[in-house]
Design a protein around this ligand. Structure first.
Ligand code: PLP
Length: 400
């Protein structure tokens, strides 16, 4: 008999992967499923990046690299952090991992002991609580309601901190809400954090380049330089350069933490893929016009989907400042019934109704800690987005 270790029972599979899987299964059964669940750009990786990978292969860059990443990639990351964020990191303060996800995994595995607390503002990216749990920690959720534009308030942070708090997880722009912290807002959180030296800050900046209008990106180590020695700045190439499958992310922080993470990585993956690292250098150091072009396209789609959703009776969403998701409220529909007689009591029920009745796949807000909302990705064509909203309107009109 197979024995599954108890630690695995502490976590659940990623809901976004499951939704994608379910949509594929239904499609295989012949259903015309429209999926707006994607957590990845629908663009191709730019040609110059693919060519860099081909060149690396041809040049024999096919062997193990340094566990924490090649010196050349770390140099490109250090230059990016300096030029774009005004942050000065030495190579020994940088680790490259198999996606930002693995960097976050490494960080929590290295630092969270049984019973340690990890503050997770809700809505949150689905993986933070489960990674904290796998490490033996306790996720401490702090509600950041729509009325606060889904942003953590200093007083709420203060209340959540205890002597056991190890980390505050910050994600801006946020998945799923798109909420993006200004420098001033980060400085107000820093005021609280200064009073609690046991708390480290993990800032997940993976959506840094997907930011709209005149909103400016800010990150904690830059907004509060005195906290840099307890901040891990996480970023990667997945979202900005349409490179989710290449699996390259990175973290920058105090060398003691980075050293521990490299040690863990040496006994897990031995380091990220050599060819993908060469491609990531081309992404970071190469032409950046593609990033701006994609951003313009996403912004148009965002405006289209927000307007279409807000025109539906009972659905409401704010305008996300960043990332490529809308996080819409469906709580006005609670208490209504589907034609099959199922009462809509949560966004889980609403999502099931969308899939059953209209072949539309979206993600339930409960996966992000907010069961009154649901998430739609606008990493999809305008045509698909408009069709998705038509299906939502039809699903809404079926409720009585
Ligand atoms: N952080 C957030 C907030 C995300 O939404 C995602 C992916 O969806 C990741 C990290 C993972 O990024 P990567 O592909 O670099 O592992």
């Amino acid at each position: 008999m197979l024995h599954i270790a108890p630690r695995l029972h502490r976590i659940k599979p990623s809901p976004s992967s499951m939704a994608g899987q379910r949509a594929r299964e239904l499609r295989a059964l012949g259903r015309d499923i429209l999926s707006l669940t994607a957590g990845e750009p629908d663009f191709e990786t730019p040609e110059h990046i693919k060519e860099a990978a081909t060149r690396a292969m041809a040049a024999g860059q096919t062997r193990y690299t340094d566990v924490g990443g090649t010196p050349a990639l770390k140099e490109a990351i250090a230059a990016k952090l300096q030029n774009e964020n005004g942050l000065n990191y030495a190579p020994g303060e940088i680790i490259v991992g198999t996606g930002a996800k693995q960097v976050i995994f490494n960080a929590l595995m290295c630092t969270v002991a049984a019973g340690d607390e990890v503050i997770v503002p809700a809505p949150y990216w689905v993986s933070y609580p489960d990674i904290a749990l796998l490490a033996g920690g306790v996720p401490v959720f702090v509600d950041c309601p729509a009325a606060n534009r889904f942003k953590l308030q200093p007083a709420d942070l203060e209340r959540a901190i205890t002597g056991k708090t190890r980390w505050l997880m910050l994600n801006s722009p946020n998945n799923p809400s798109g909420a993006t912290y200004t420098r001033t807002e980060l400085q107000a959180l820093a005021e609280v954090l200064r009073r609690h030296p046991q708390v480290w800050i993990l800032t997940d900046d993976i959506y840094e380049h997907l930011i709209y209008g005149d909103v400016e990106f800010a990150t904690m180590a830059q907004a509060a330089p005195d906290l840099k020695d307890r901040t891990l700045t996480v970023n990667g190439v997945s979202k900005a350069y349409a490179m989710t499958g290449w699996r390259i992310g990175y973290g920058a922080g105090p060398s003691e933490l980075i050293k521990a993470m490299v040690k863990l990585q040496s006994q897990s993956t031995s380091g990220p893929n050599s060819i993908a690292q060469a491609a990531a250098i081309a992404a970071l150091a190469g032409p950046q016009d593609i990033v701006a072009a994609n951003r313009r396209e996403y912004q148009q789609r965002r405006d289209t989907v927000v307007a279409a959703l807000n025109a539906i009776d009972g659905i409401h969403c704010q305008v996300p400042e960043g990332a490529f998701y809308v996080f819409a409220s469906c709580s006005a529909l609670f208490g209504l019934c589907t034609p099959k007689g199922v009462e809509i009591g949560s966004s889980d029920d609403w999502i099931m109704h969308l899939l059953d009745a209209q072949d539309l796949a979206a993600l339930q807000g409960s996966a992000y800690g907010v069961p009154t909302h649901f998430r739609l990705s606008f990493a999809a064509s305008t045509e698909q987005l408009l069709e998705g909203c038509r299906r939502i309107a039809r699903a809404r009109n079926e409720l009585v």
